[in-house]
Write a protein that binds this ligand. Structure first.
Ligand code: FAD
Length: 385
């Protein structure tokens, strides 16, 4: 396909890389600008490993570009959730009748690497790492970056912000009149813990997303191909049983052992995880519109930059991947009229993003509270073999 012109994608995360793949297939020349160093050479930050539940929405977007098989090779299917009661009783709840359908546990950094490699293998795509966007002129598409060699400037007629929940591109659009923006933090934080492999095998059933519902708080665990589990504690930031109250290793461990006894027994390095893994924040971001047309450039937003949501429906990345498909569809429909395609894409996607944001918030209550009452009502007991 002939070259159609230059697109700057700010952020080489999950959505930026998939966007680059879709655009390159249409014949665009794409530059990914990423503030971090090349993830193919770096080790992921401790406590920020995050494994994602990849579901059909995301897989379909990967299928659209022929990447589903490569990605799913590194994923573990989870056909249901395993609920851990305080006394250690286990109850398996399949996600679908018959249990044939599954969500898939995958490491975010692995997925990012796969998508980045796929993007860079396509003609016309390049990535500039250690380029942190610091300024953007919407009219000219001029972008200012901080780099290890000092400030540099680039420009492009199309600038796409795929730079995550705290997007610098969106930050620039927020200064324009008529741009709506809100961000709402939950009074909860999250911390990663690890259940390592035991005797070379999984310490828990790898065919499930594990949940420890505890009323106002919860923990989840997703399996990894190395037979470990990445656990994420979702606890209140303040008040009883909060990160603030349990602020020493001793208090934390005592409370954890009392409330998550079966998991505690599988965590030899709980103290290390507590000390070294940061407490993350949970934010919902709403923005409108997702595109702004300047006199000589157009700027758009995709993924978390447009619609960051809390993780309880496991749909943030899946939803961002759907953005890429919709933008591609709109480019096709408009004969690659980028401003028109971005306007159409934003109009179509916004209500879906708002809906999933609400569902994700509601599902926190479901996961931390209701799955437990349902389990106990059903009175099912499943032993893990
Ligand atoms: P990001 O992944 O945040 O990528 C943004 C990129 O932009 C990064 O590489 C960043 O370094 C770069 N960047 C930022 N600022 C700049 C700048 N100024 N200049 C240049 N580059 C910049 N989603 C799911 O679908 N399923 C799940 O199960 C799931 N679980 C989650 C669990 C947790 C605990 C969390 C926090 C999130 C979870 N998510 C899940 C959400 C998912 O991680 C995000 O929706 C997804 O990563 C968004 O992708 P993105 O590319 O839009 O943004």
């Amino acid at each position: 396909m002939s070259s159609r012109g230059e697109v700057a994608v700010v952020g080489a995360g999950l959505v930026g890389c998939l966007t680059a793949c879709y655009l390159a297939r249409r014949g665009y020349r794409v530059t990914l600008y990423e503030r971090r160093s090349d993830p193919r050479q770096a080790t992921p930050e401790r406590g920020r490993s995050i494994n994602l539940a990849l579901s059909e929405r995301g897989i379909d977007a990967l299928r659209g570009i022929g990447l589903d098989e490569a990605v799913l090779k590194a994923a573990l299917p989870m056909p249901g959730r395993m609920v851990h009661a305080p006394d250690g009783t286990l109850s398996f709840q399949p996600y679908s009748a018959g249990g044939q359908r599954a969500i898939n546990s995958i490491s975010r950094s692995e997925l990012n690497r796969t998508l980045l490699e796929a993007a860079l293998a396509m003609p016309g795509v390049r990535a500039l790492f250690e380029h942190r966007l610091t300024g953007l002129d919407v009219d000219s598409g001029r972008m200012d970056f901080d780099t290890p060699a000092g400030p540099v400037t680039h420009s492009a007629p199309v600038v796409l912000g795929a730079d995550g929940a705290y997007s610098a591109v969106r930050g620039r659009l927020q200064l324009l009149p008529g741009f709506d923006f809100s961000q709402d933090y939950l009074d909860y934080g999250y911390k990663e813990l690890t259940i390592p492999a035991r005797d070379g095998g999984f310490a828990l059933d790898p065919g499930a997303l594990h949940i420890w519902p505890r009323g106002k708080a919860m923990m989840i665990a997703l399996p990894n191909p190395d037979r470990s589990f990445t656990c994420t504690l979702f606890w209140p930031k303040s008040g009883p049983g909060s990160f603030e109250e349990l602020d020493t290793a001793e208090r934390f461990e005592e409370f954890f052992a009392a409330n998550y006894a079966d998991a505690r027994a599988l965590m030899p390095d709980l103290a290390g995880d507590y000390a070294h893994n940061p407490i993350g924040h949970l934010v919902t971001v709403r923005a409108h519109p997702w595109q702004v047309r300047g006199t000589g450039a157009v700027v758009g937003l995709l993924g978390d930059a447009a619609h960051a949501i809390v993780p309880f429906y496991g749909q943030g990345a899946n939803c961002g991947f759907e953005d890429c498909v919709e933008l591609d569809r709109c480019l096709q429909e408009t004969g690659d009229d980028f401003p028109e395609a971005l306007a159409r894409y934003g109009a179509r996607r916004k209500e879906h993003a708002d809906t999933i944001a609400e569902l994700a918030l509601a599902n926190f209550v479901e996961m931390r509270d209701k799955v437990a009452s349902r389990t106990f009502l059903l009175g099912k007991r499943v032993e893990h073999g």
